[in-house]
Design a protein around this ligand. Structure first.
Ligand code: ATP
Ligand code: MG
Ligand code: MG
Length: 553
């Protein structure tokens, strides 16, 4: 990591430490508890907590909970779990913007007293209309020049719940002709008749995001307030609020490019639509790019932190290919995942010359490249299952698997030679394949040195265990589900994003694996024992990712 050049944010921080501007770096991760965290949030978490770790600083977890209508304690708990799971530590306790409501109120009174805020009675529509556009200056509200005393009185009455929602707001008095629309007397408080998940019905008025955020940062002595690019235009308001109030500290807001990932959508609001429309099986559906979904899919914290390191932090919006995320989990699992065998779509093979009742054991390596991971014994019997796709009635020359006239190697087992096969007359489906085995080839090599190109996986029909395997694919069928304005993203869902294989048979050990365990099924990919649905006798395994990028050309 030392020789990698610093990204522009880490460079600013290094400079601020060197110049003595700061001696301790304090960052924060400020999610709104209105949904579950996704991989985009992970970028921000890894940045803020990463900077904390690298500089022996502090990173606060602050819930930005100023909109009681959409927030809930369920999300607070889910977010804490996800941040912890990624391996980060926010210190003694999580913080909440709502804890600052009393101070924020006092600061608003101060602004009013300074003549820098006023109570406005325009409706939301009128405020929008008066704001003007990028090419045309705004129009001043008729309430803009209310006397301070009247503003103080009305703001107090707003707080006391004397007015209806939408009838009054408090606005900062800045500049209706500013080229920046955010500076045209932005609303800083509104009335909401809603119960807040922490403050209950104590407050009838709630501060707006821009006003809350800079003051919360200031109250926590944040040194660098890192946010995504869409807040660049909000920075003047961030600075105006702190400058006007002459606060004792003034955090520096720095914007970076948000993560966009192909074949998915990245917004809590839209992910919520997938959940509520039951297009997926909850926030933690393994096809979701929520952290809880990725966890259930079998992604590790290390893979996500490595992914964040790979994509880096920049100033220009860009798209990251889903393959980059998939490679991150492959790289993490490849050296550590024990190899196992499982037949997803079984067809029976009968070894005509193998003793009827014999069950032998053959030795399989747990990891071909890492002998330290040891071996396991695999039961071998007269009747076996192989993958339906590993047999062809009329195979082309390059098909190095089983077919008439072919000999093939059973991984860690014997060489077997095709004899005959049977089909269901109605469906044409192959029902069983007869072969003979060569007793001289235990372990897979022939004493006479004859060459057998194909090696296939198998499971003993007698000793194998029935499992359910879910094969996941990308949730959307197009790179950018939101690109086409005429098509809703819901209509871009990939209908084959989950394929359930409920006749799969695996080597016996799979039955005893704890939920969350990750293994590689040879030739099939990395799989994770589903933590939430494996309670019954029959384990369910989720495919985390295929072995290589099957999408690459
Ligand atoms: P969403 O639209 O998905 O709800 P948000 O920005 O409204 O995202 P917050 O809970 O406010 O969600 O986000 C907390 C932090 O995570 C913010 O600092 C935000 O900038 C950052 N963040 C959110 N999405 C991304 C992303 N795609 N890439 C990088 N950072 C992100
Ligand atoms: Mg937000
Ligand atoms: Mg949002």
């Amino acid at each position: 990591q030392q020789d990698k050049p610093l990204d522009f944010i880490r460079q600013i921080i290094a400079d601020d430490l060197k110049s003595g501007k700061h001696s301790k770096i304090i960052t924060r991760f400020p999610p709104e508890p209105n949904g579950f965290l996704h991989i985009g949030h992970a970028k921000s978490i890894c940045l803020n907590f990463g900077i904390k770790e690298e500089n022996n600083g502090i990173c606060n977890l602050r819930f930005d909970d100023t909109n009681p209508c959409k927030e809930d304690n369920i999300y607070v708990e889910a977010i804490k779990k996800d941040v912890k799971w990624l391996g980060f530590d926010w210190g003694e306790r999580a913080l909440f913007s709502s804890d600052y409501f009393p101070q924020l109120y006092e600061y608003a009174i101060e602004l009013i007293k300074m003549g820098k805020a006023y109570v406005c009675e325009l409706s939301a529509d009128e405020i929008r209309e008066y704001r003007g556009t990028l090419t045309e200056p705004g129009k001043e509200s008729p309430w803009r020049d209310r006397p301070v005393k009247e503003n103080l009185e009305l703001f107090k009455r707003m707080k006391n719940g004397e007015f209806e929602e939408g009838s009054h707001v408090l606005r900062a008095k800045i500049d209706m002709a500013s080229p920046n629309l955010n500076m045209r007397d932005p609303v800083i408080y509104r009335i909401l008749e809603a119960e807040h998940h922490r403050t209950g019905n104590t407050w009838k008025i709630y501060p707006m995001y821009d006003y809350t955020h800079c003051l919360s940062d200031m109250l926590e002595n944040i040194t660098h307030s890192l946010c995504t690019l869409e807040f660049e235009d909000h920075r003047p308001l961030y600075d105006w609020t702190l400058d006007t109030l002459k606060t004792p500290c003034h955090p520096r807001q720095i914007e970076f490019a948000r993560l966009n990932l192909t074949y998915t959508i990245m917004s809590k609001r839209k992910l919520m639509q997938l959940v509520e429309g039951r297009h997926v099986d909850g926030w933690d559906d393994p096809r979701m790019i929520t952290l809880s979904g990725l966890r259930r899919r079998g992604y590790t914290p290390a893979s996500i932190r490595n992914f964040a390191g790979t994509i880096g932090v920049g100033k220009r919006d860009s798209w990251i290919d889903m393959t980059v995320l998939e490679n991150a989990i492959r790289d993490d699992l490849n050296p550590i995942a024990p190899r196992r065998m499982c037949v997803l779509d079984p067809v029976k093979v009968i070894l005509d010359n193998y003793p009827e009742d014999l069950v032998e054991e053959v030795e399989g390596k747990n990891h071909p490249q890492n002998p330290e991971m040891g071996t396991r014994m695999l039961p071998f019997s007269r009747e076996l299952y192989i993958e339906r796709a590993d047999f062809m009635e009329d195979p082309p020359r390059k098909f190095h698997r089983l077919g008439p006239g072919r000999e093939v190697r059973l991984r860690y087992g014997y060489l077997i030679q095709y004899v005959s096969h049977e089909k269901d007359e109605k469906t044409g489906e192959i029902t069983e394949i007869h072969c003979t085995y060569d007793p001289e080839t235990k372990g897979g090599s022939a004493p006479d040195g004859r060459k057998v190109k194909g090696t296939i996986h198998w499971v003993s029909a007698k000793k194998g265990v029935n499992i359910t395997v879910r094969l996941y694919d990308r949730l959307f069928k197009v790179e950018n589900p939101e690109e086409d304005r005429n098509t809703h993203f819901i209509d871009q869902l990939n209908p084959d994003s989950m394929i359930t294989m409920d006749r799969a048979v695996a080597e016996p050990e799979i039955a005893g694996l704890a939920p969350g365990t990750t293994i590689q099924f040879e030739r099939q990919g990395y799989f994770c024992v589903d933590p939430t649905t494996s309670e019954h006798n029959r384990p369910i395994l989720n495919r985390t990712v295929t072995l290589r990028d099957s999408w690459a050309k």
